[in-house]
Design a protein around this ligand. Structure first.
Ligand code: AGP
Length: 612
């Protein structure tokens, strides 16, 4: 997604803006630009297509652009193809208003027609240029302040935006406005910072403001004034970011992804311990009363991508431990489908970023239907976290690699805790059973450590198999949920086509694709289903498949069928997926590395999909 940065202070702005954009590269982009003012009314706008390095070359790493007030942007194209012309910042023809934007202006066509009728011309294909010129139009029509002009424009705009603007008549100020797209602001030592996400300003300040939806701000040098859409001043409490600057760096690993795979033990432990009080899983701080929990007749889990795969796993675990029916829904489907929703339902929205547009829209649909909503989110203050009735924060810390690992594992633990807590409150689980389950969860972190100690075997296997064209993952029950995530990891970072299949489903068509040497990866941690899955392995083996088995220590007879077997420690079957997913993450990682690909920033992908 697009990334925005802003700086207003005493230092030269350009280098600070470029450094901030570098920290936002993980959001995915195809062009970039900055606009800087040196206190005069003239601003310098420099843009470049492609990687940030091109912009750095054009500005001599910012040194050729003077000024202490500026804005910057990395663009992930939504309206108009990637080009320098479509890159931000955009500006009104007389330079009166200059701006950058992350989001989508849904009614930009009608607004563009209105502006054309009023004499405006357009040089780009972007919705952002329309928004900038709409602000300019109202600024000139009402001869008011920037706040008035922005307010008039926002009343007309439909869609999402993190908007950052500079006005010719106000050369020492930046104005921002937000709806649905992420934005934070910070201050330190008489200087102000604006960004889409924490890593972009963390080296400058830990004191940040999470500007709310439909709120605006005037960003001076070290002081920020917030307004609502009526132009009335409002107060926002600052928050302190706990993350170290180091936490957003690679700390010695070649890629963020490998760093984050290795952070899983801590992420899992931290998330688990946030839900344990006096030796028991206690989620009373979520704010859901025990009466409400006993009253639920249905749970919907709504998410996208890997977060959706967590939902598929949680369906098995929550139904088994609470007897509450669970439906798992893709957020992009849930938001548009007519679903007869049981009003005694809990809607759980899972999202690492807390900004995924489809998941946010699904949350809002659930709230419109007056359903109780719970967000499982990794980013404090994100939109889903703030709009859900209740929020369970995973404590995975900043996740930079586009391919999620530690956030996925933390989300699994969060749903496990919900299953145990709900099962206990509803009288389905005895105290002894809860203690047994918690004991198993407490062991997961060091069991992941054990798996990571043996990663070289997977590196060797991946190097041998990395030219594979089609890879199939098969499993049953929670093993099937694990295969969904294993397949996505492989696809998104190694670009190898793969499919995840419920093992019993192969014979209904897909088995026709199995040829000599086709790699089939079989996950077998669910003891009561292993025999069934082994028979599926035999079926594909007889058709020439090359078989990898992923199972728990002790199931050594899998080696009679599989050509290569890897093991994970044994644990309660409900939580085995937290272990099985680790070799699958490593396999995808090593496939990608052996294919010489950009592991952390795979092509066409963004860390957070904040537009539809
Ligand atoms: C996972 O590796 C992908 N990056 C993607 O599927 C991601 O899980 C999905 O876009 C959901 O993102 P969210 O958790 O931030 O909502």
């Amino acid at each position: 997604m697009c990334g925005i940065v802003g700086f207003n202070g005493h230092h030269e702005a350009a280098e600070i803006l470029l450094d901030g954009l570098t920290k936002l590269e993980y959001r995915g982009y195809d062009s970039a630009g900055i606009a800087v003012r040196d206190g005069s009314k003239d601003a310098k706008i420099i843009k470049a297509k492609g990687r940030l390095d091109h912009l750095k070359e054009k500005t001599d790493n910012g040194r050729s652009v003077a000024g202490t007030c500026g804005i910057g942007h990395t663009r992930w194209a939504t309206h108009g193809e990637p080009s320098e012309n479509n890159a931000h910042p955009h500006c009104s023809d007389d330079g009166n208003v200059i701006g950058v934007h992350n989001g989508i202006i849904e009614n930009y066509q009608e607004l563009k027609e209105k502006l054309v009728r009023n004499g405006y011309r357009f040089y780009s294909e972007t919705d952002t240029e329309v928004a900038i010129k709409l602000v300019d139009y109202y600024y000139k029509k009402y001869l008011g302040t920037p706040v008035d002009a922005i307010n008039h424009a926002l009343v007309r705009i439909r869609g999402s935006y993190a908007l950052e603007l500079m006005f010719k008549e106000y050369p020492e100020e930046i104005y921002v406005a937000r709806k649905d797209s992420p934005m934070i602001l910070g201050v330190a030592d008489g200087e102000s910072f604006v960004a889409s996400d924490v890593p972009a300003i963390l080296k400058h300040t830990r004191t940040v403001y999470y500007i709310g939806n439909l709120q605006m701000a005037r960003v001076g040098k070290g002081e920020i004034t917030f307004y609502n859409l009526d132009g009335d001043e409002i107060e926002i409490e600052p928050k302190t970011i706990e993350w170290d600057a180091e936490a957003a760096e690679k700390s010695g690993y070649e890629h963020f992804m490998m760093k984050e795979i290795h952070e899983q033990p801590k992420a899992v432990a931290d998330t688990l311990h946030s839900a344990v009080k006096d030796g028991k899983v206690d989620l009373s701080e979520l704010g859901l009363t025990e009466e409400r929990i006993r009253d639920f007749q249905q749970i919907y889990i709504v998410a996208c991508g890997s977060a959706y795969h967590v939902g598929v796993a949680a369906q098995y675990t929550i139904e088994d431990l609470t007897d509450i029916p669970v439906r798992v829904e893709l957020a992009s489907e849930f938001r548009y489908r007519h679903i007869p929703l049981n009003e005694k339902s809990l809607v759980i929205v899972i999202s690492q970023s807390g900004e995924t547009a489809d998941s946010l829209a699904a949350l809002r649909k659930a709230k419109e239907k007056n359903l109780t909503t719970l967000g499982i989110v990794n980013v404090v203050g994100s939109s889903i976290a703030r709009e859900a009735d209740h929020v369970f924060y995973t404590l995975a810390g900043p996740e930079i690699a586009v391919a999620t690992t530690k956030a996925y594992s933390s989300q699994l633990i969060a749903t496990d805790c919900i299953a145990i807590y709900f099962g206990s409150v509803r009288g389905v689980l005895s105290d002894d059973r809860c203690a047994e389950l918690l004991d198993a969860l407490e062991k997961i972190p060091q069991q992941i450590e054990k798996i990571l100690e043996d990663k070289e075997r997977l590196q060797w296997f991946a190097a041998k198999q990395s030219n594979a064209h089609d890879v199939f993952f098969i499993g049953r029950g929670l093993d099937y949920a694990a295969t969904l995530e294993g397949s996505l990891k492989l696809k998104e970072i190694s670009y190898v086509h793969s499919e995840a299949y419920a093992a019993g489903e192969l014979k209904h068509g897909t088995i026709s694709l199995i040829e000599d040497g086709t790699l089939v990866i079989s996950v077998l941690t669910q003891k009561r289903l292993i025999e069934k899955t082994v028979s599926n392995m035999v079926e594909v083996k007889s058709r020439g498949a090359y078989l990898m088995g992923l199972t728990t220590y002790g199931n050594y007879d899998i080696e009679d069928v599989a050509d290569f077997t890897t093991y994970v420690p044994d644990t309660d079957p409900h939580f085995a997926i937290s272990l099985a997913v680790v070799p699958l993450q490593l396999l995808a990682y090593y496939f990608s590395v052996s294919r010489g690909l950009d592991v952390d920033k795979p092509r066409n992908l963004a860390k957070s999909v904040t537009v539809e």
